[in-house]
Structure formats: structure tokens, C-alpha cells
Ligand binder design. Structure first.
Ligand SMILES: Cc1ncc(COP(=O)(O)O)c(C=O)c1O
Ligand SMILES: N[C@@H](CCOP(=O)(O)O)C(=O)O
Length: 469
């Protein structure tokens, strides 16, 4: 198994190099050169497996022998042993055809833990073997940051700097990041949007001397290993609901397009996925794309689902690469056009191919509140605002009534207590390990959206830059 860049001009890498590389050197994102495929018999044999065993079986083909199998299995067992629910990603049935898959039983209460608990351990394993250190730099709209910090805190070979948009996350999300006072962790509150933060991270990766001087690594979903670990829960839900003998649809609240791209990957590996329903909040660039075939950014609006306040969805490039028949030069050209003009369009044929699988729906603020309220009233189930966006999209979608739909519950309601309380009348409480979150000391640096200032900050926090052996 080798990995190629979506822009076709970076070196082909093996798994362990991709894990540490983050963004490809040509600015593209790494994808597997071919998709491993499971037969129907293999998929049937996955039914009823413990999550860690399923995870190992789904991910092993991606390693290409570059991580020892027994060591990998131990990392996977350890990663998912830290989850509060024995099923790791349990399914809850809401009505006769709709399930919610709870992805928030990890330590920071969002789906990011599913991949990042493994990623932190993989970093340690691979860096220990190589005798190397890395400087991780990441952008977050609220959830990746805390999950990455939790996964990397106090790791000997990793320094981590996370950029979040100042005053645009929930207070719980911010405190989950800024109250971690480990010496290898730094938080930047960037005076800008998530898109500005993501842009700054990519600019650091695209500055080759800076990148090499700090041994930069990524925890965002530009890192292939994030996607790899997220594929597993789609397979888990699919086989639990009857795959490969029954198709399943997924409704995914979407921002950076990483989560729904993992579902696309699961389908490429043989899971019978009938439809992928993309739910956006009022930052609806993706919903507009799936309706028109044109992607155009029109500014980020703050919403009650702040983790999805994103306009430039970085993983869309991985789908675009396939829509362009894996032509890296053509993909690079479209991405350059988007960067220069804030707009690009695909052909009618490419749009038709995308629409054979995807469907996009926007969920405004009132609809998000109404979905949280009515679901609680009718079923007693409490949704966080992001999950509500996905569920609303599921209900708006044109789906075959015989096919089960899984709506992804990407965050615990207690991460967004104000919006949830306003919708349901009940204030969700944090679990015990976070019950004193608001009494903990915070540490963060508020910085302007200036790439030189940000680079200086990251350099100063990097033990690689300081020459520590
Ligand atoms: C709670 C929550 N829901 C949905 C999303 C959107 O996921 P993605 O960016 O993978 O599309 C995010 C952020 O990524 C999130 O934190
Ligand atoms: N919603 C995310 C944004 C970053 O997405 P990622 O999947 O690329 O890490 C967040 O919570 O930070």
C-alpha cells in the first residue's frame, strides 16, 4: 500500500511516512493508491466482533506492513479501552428506520477521539522506533483541538500547538483545550475564523524550510490516518444493520468533509452504502455545491453548531481528485482557481457522478433548534446541535424508505449546553471527569491572523527547532 498526493507532484509515501507528513509537499492530501476491498463474506464475518478487533481488521490493509501487526493491535485495544461505552460507538434506534451512532464516548466527548486516541499512540510508536520528534500544528473549530491535545499531552516526542478562532467556540470546547497545562501543549486563540486558522496551518506546511526545520506533523483530517480510523465506525454500523446483505445510508453533519469522506472510503472498500447525506449549518457551501456543481465561498457566519462554521472544506479535495479521475494536475488547477477566486465548478458529468452517492442539505439555526426540541419531546433523546443538523438533513433527504439511515452523533450535548438547554429546557451536565472544568486554570495566547507571528510562536514552542535530541 502506497499513498499518492491529490495534486500529483509529491513523492509517493508508505503509511508511516504519511502518518508523520500531514500535508503532501505539493499542497495536496494523501490518499491510498488503490482501495483495499472486503468481500461480502469478509463483511459478514465482521458482524458481532468487538470494536477493537473490527478496527484492526479494517485498518491493517492500510498499513502496508509498515507497523508491526501485533504492536498495532495493542495500540488499537489500548485506544478504544479508554472509551466510556463498551461498544465504543453504540447505535441508538430513534424510529423504525433511523439510528443515531454515538461517537462521543471518548475522553473529550466528540467523534474526533475515535481517530485521535489511536493517532497519539501511533505517533509515539513510530517516533520511538525512529528516534525522532515532531511539532504538531493543528487548526480547530472546537473539537479536533481538545481531542488532539488529549491524545498528545505529555508525550515525550511531540510538541503540539493548536489554533482556534478566538471567541468562536463554546466555552466548554475552549476550556477543554486551554486548561491542559502540560509543557508540550500550546493554545492559540487566533483573531480570525477557523478557515483562517486552517489556512495558516497549510501555509506552515507549504513553507518547506519551516516544515523541515520543525518536523511538522498534522492532527487534522489532512492526515490520512485520521480518515483511516474514521472508516471503521461506518463499517461497524453497516454490518450491525445487515450489510453486506442490506444497504445503509448515513447522514453526516459536515464541515471539513473528513467524516463523510471516511464514509465514502468505506463504500470504496465494499460496504454497500446507498446514500451519503451531507448536512450543513448556514455555512452551507457544501449543500450549495451538491445542488449546483459550483463551489463558492461567501464568508463564515457564527452558528450554534460552531464546529461546522467552515467554508473551505479541506477534504473535499480528496473527493474532487476522484471526480477528476485521479488526475493530480487537473485537481491542482481547480484548487489553485478556488484559492485565487473563491470559486470553481465541476462539469455536469462530474456532478452527476457525485450525486449518485451524495446529497446535500442546509439546516438553518431555527431548524437546528426545532430538531433538538422535537426529538427530545418525541423520543426523550437529547441531540447536540451538530447531530441535529445531520438528523435534519436525513429527514430532508430523498431516501428509499426500506433502507436504514444512520445519523452520526458527533458530539455530546454537554459540549453545547446553552443551545441544548434553550431547545429542550434541560441543561445537559458534563461527565464526572470534566465536572470541575470551569474551576480549572486556563492558558492561551491571543494572536493576530499574521502568518509570521504564528510561525514565530510555533517555532518558539518546538523542541525540534530548539535542537533537543
Ligand atoms: C461536533 C462536530 N460535528 C461535525 C463536524 C464536521 O465534521 P467534518 O469536519 O469531518 O466534516 C465537526 C468538525 O469537524 C464537529 O466537531
Ligand atoms: N470541526 C473541526 C474542524 C477541523 O476538522 P478536521 O476534521 O480536519 O480536524 C474541529 O472541531 O476542529
Amino acid at each position: 500500500m502506497q499513498y499518492i498526493s491529490t495534486r500529483g507532484a509529491a513523492p509517493t509515501l508508505a503509511f508511516d511516512d504519511v502518518l508523520l507528513a500531514g500535508l503532501a509537499r505539493d499542497g495536496g492530501l494523501y490518499v491510498p493508491d488503490t482501495w483495499p476491498r472486503f468481500t461480502a463474506e469478509e463483511l459478514r464475518s465482521f458482524r458481532g466482533l468487538p470494536y477493537a478487533e473490527l478496527a484492526a481488521r479494517v485498518m491493517l490493509p492500510f498499513l502496508g506492513g509498515r507497523v508491526d501487526e501485533q504492536a498495532f493491535r495493542a495500540l488499537v485495544r489500548d485506544a478504544y479501552g479508554s472509551f466510556a461505552h463498551k461498544a465504543v460507538v453504540p447505535l441508538v434506534q430513534l424510529d423504525e428506520r433511523t439510528w443515531v451512532m454515538e461517537l462521543f464516548h471518548g475522553p473529550t466527548l466528540a467523534f474526533k477521539d475515535v481517530a485521535l486516541q489511536l493517532l497519539g499512540r501511533l505517533f509515539d510508536h513510530v517516533l520511538g522506533q525512529r528516534g525522532e520528534r515532531v511539532t504538531v500544528v493543528g487548526a480547530t473549530s472546537g473539537d479536533t483541538g481538545s481531542a488532539a491535545i488529549e491524545a498528545c499531552r505529555d508525550r515525550e516526542r511531540v510538541d503540539i500547538v493548536i489554533l482556534h478562532p478566538h471567541n468562536r467556540t463554546s466555552a466548554v470546547q475552549r476550556r477543554q483545550m486551554t486548561t491542559v497545562l502540560s509543557p508540550n501543549v500550546s493554545n492559540v486563540a487566533l483573531q480570525g475564523t477557523f478557515d483562517d486558522a486552517q489556512d495558516a496551518v497549510k501555509a506552515m506546511f507549504n513553507d518547506q524550510p519551516f516544515r523541515d526545520g520543525l518536523n511538522l506533523s498534522a492532527v487534522n483530517s489532512i492526515n490520512w490516518a485520521r480518515i483511516m480510523a474514521q472508516i471503521v465506525y461506518y463499517v461497524a454500523a453497516g454490518v450491525a444493520l445487515g450489510a453486506p446483505d442490506r444497504e445503509v445510508a448515513f447522514a453526516v453533519p459536515t464541515g471539513n468533509f473528513g467524516n463523510v469522506y471516511a464514509a465514502y472510503a468505506a463504500r470504496a472498500m465494499g460496504l454497500p452504502v446507498a446514500k451519503l447525506v451531507v448536512g450543513t449549518n448556514s455555512n452551507d457551501i457544501l449543500a450549495r455545491f451538491f445542488q449546483s456543481g459550483t463551489m463558492w465561498a461567501n464568508g463564515v457566519t457564527p452558528t450554534i453548531s460552531p464546529s461546522m462554521d467552515i467554508q473551505v472544506s479541506s477534504n473535499f479535495e480528496r473527493l474532487l481528485f476522484d471526480l477528476m479521475d485521479r488526475d493530480g494536475a487537473a485537481t491542482a488547477q481547480v484548487m489553485a482557481e478556488f484559492r485565487a477566486t473563491g470559486r470553481f465548478a465541476v462539469s455536469q458529468g462530474q456532478l452527476a457522478r457525485a450525486l449518485a452517492l451524495f446529497e446535500g442539505h442546509r439546516c438553518g439555526e431555527a431548524e437546528t433548534m426545532e430538531t433538538m426540541a422535537s426529538t427530545y419531546r418525541e423520543t426523550g433523546y437529547m441531540l447536540d446541535p451538530h447531530t441535529a443538523v445531520g438528523l435534519h438533513a436525513a429527514r430532508s433527504a430523498k431516501l428509499d424508505p426500506g433502507i436504514p439511515v444512520v445519523a452520526l452523533a458527533c458530539a455530546h450535548p454537554a459540549k453545547f449546553p446553552d443551545a441544548v438547554e434553550q431547545a429542550t429546557g434541560v441543561r445537559p451536565g458534563l461527565p464526572r471527569h470534566l465536572s470541575d472544568l470551569f474551576e480549572r486554570e486556563e492558558r492561551l495566547s491571543v494572536l493576530p491572523n499574521d502568518i509570521d507571528v504564528l510561525k514565530d510562536f510555533v517555532r518558539a514552542r518546538s523542541r525540534v527547532a530548539a535542537g533537543v535530541a
